[in-house]
Design a binder for this molecule. Structure first.
Ligand code: GDP
Length: 297
């Protein structure tokens, strides 16, 4: 289950505050120290933790809390609000171009879940938004990647545009968009190449595609279980490509939540969706407030 370890620790810490008729500065200090340790253990970025704790402390020793009849409850509310804020506050919507199709580039490192997520997102756009999506196989370096997207397309009964491994990714993307216009598709989801590490060749290729297709969104797919590595990957993709949003995968297996709680604060880019399982309908719109509730119980 997502965030299980972190949730358990934070809930234990915070429960001590519930029902307190009076809260001293010392109580707040102790709670803040425990929350800090829990977040660091969950692999949340050091600076993010520092800023977070500072805000909690400032608010918790404020007049509104200390003079309240239920200070313990007030403090829990503050932690929840700040956690929500940390994950972006409001839910972030997917772009829709005025003139269809809306082009979305899916980017990320190999193994992060990019191809699966491309299928999941197309499925969600069709089911939830009633849109007609076209999947595009632009990872020409790995024949297995094209096959994988085609298999996913078959499972979902969605079309996959492919030109095999000999074509150039920019041409594939351009041809796919032309095809989508003719056939009145609403969304074009381009599954781009991934590598094991960020490298210059990959970034050059992705930039070329970006310049040619002018996407409405560049969604970075990262594996939430990799914690701060995911955050570093996000920073480097963002520097090179200016991504528009993040999709966190494998949140169902992420016990700690370090990436989920750091990535927004570090990159300033919204988390748009979360992968909650291997199945193709297990992609959820990311709701910061619901996530915060999940953590605090
Ligand atoms: P790519 O190399 O980035 O295209 O990654 P894939 O789409 O091939 O996914 C890699 C592995 O992660 C596959 O076994 C997927 O089933 C799995 N995966 C992707 N998203 C999720 C998720 O949200 N939860 C879980 N549990 N597994 C996922």
């Amino acid at each position: 289950m997502a965030f299980e370890g972190l949730a358990e620790r934070l809930q234990n810490t915070i429960k001590k505050m519930t029902g307190k008729g009076k809260v001293s500065e010392q109580d707040v200090k102790e709670m803040a120290r425990e929350v800090r340790l829990a977040l660091l253990e969950a692999d949340v970025n050091f600076k993010v933790v520092k800023d977070f704790i500072k805000k909690i402390k400032e608010r918790a020793v404020g007049q509104e809390v200390m003079n309240s009849l239920t200070p313990g409850q007030q403090i829990i509310k503050i932690v929840k609000e700040e956690l929500t804020d940390l994950m972006g506050g409001e839910q972030s919507k997917i772009a829709v171009s005025e003139r269809p199709p809306t082009v979305i580039m899916m980017v990320g490192l190999q193994g992060a879940g990019k191809t699966t997520t491309t299928g999941k997102l197309a499925n969600l756009l069709r089911k939830k938004h009633n849109r007609k999506p076209l999947l595009v196989a632009a990872d020409v370096y790995r024949p297995a990647a094209i096959n994988q997207l085609e298999t996913i397309g078959k499972q979902l009964n969605l079309p996959v545009f492919s030109k095999g491994t000999d074509a150039n990714p920019v041409d594939i993307a351009n041809d796919a968009i032309a095809h989508a216009k003719e056939e009145h598709y609403d969304y074009v989801l381009i599954d781009t190449a991934g590598r094991l590490h960020t490298d210059e060749n990959l970034m050059t290729e992705l930039r070329e595609i970006k310049e040619n297709v002018d996407p409405a969104e560049i969604l970075l797919v990262v594996d939430s279980m990799t914690g701060q590595d995911a955050v570093n990957v996000a920073e480097s993709f963002d520097e090179q490509l200016a991504v528009s949003g993040v999709i966190l995968t494998k949140l169902d297996n992420d016990n700690r939540g370090g990436a989920a709680l750091s990535i927004r604060a570090v990159t300033q880019k919204p988390i748009k969706y979360a992968g909650m399982g291997e199945k193709l309908d297990e992609l959820e719109v990311f709701h910061p407030e619901r996530m915060a509730s999940r953590i605090l119980g």
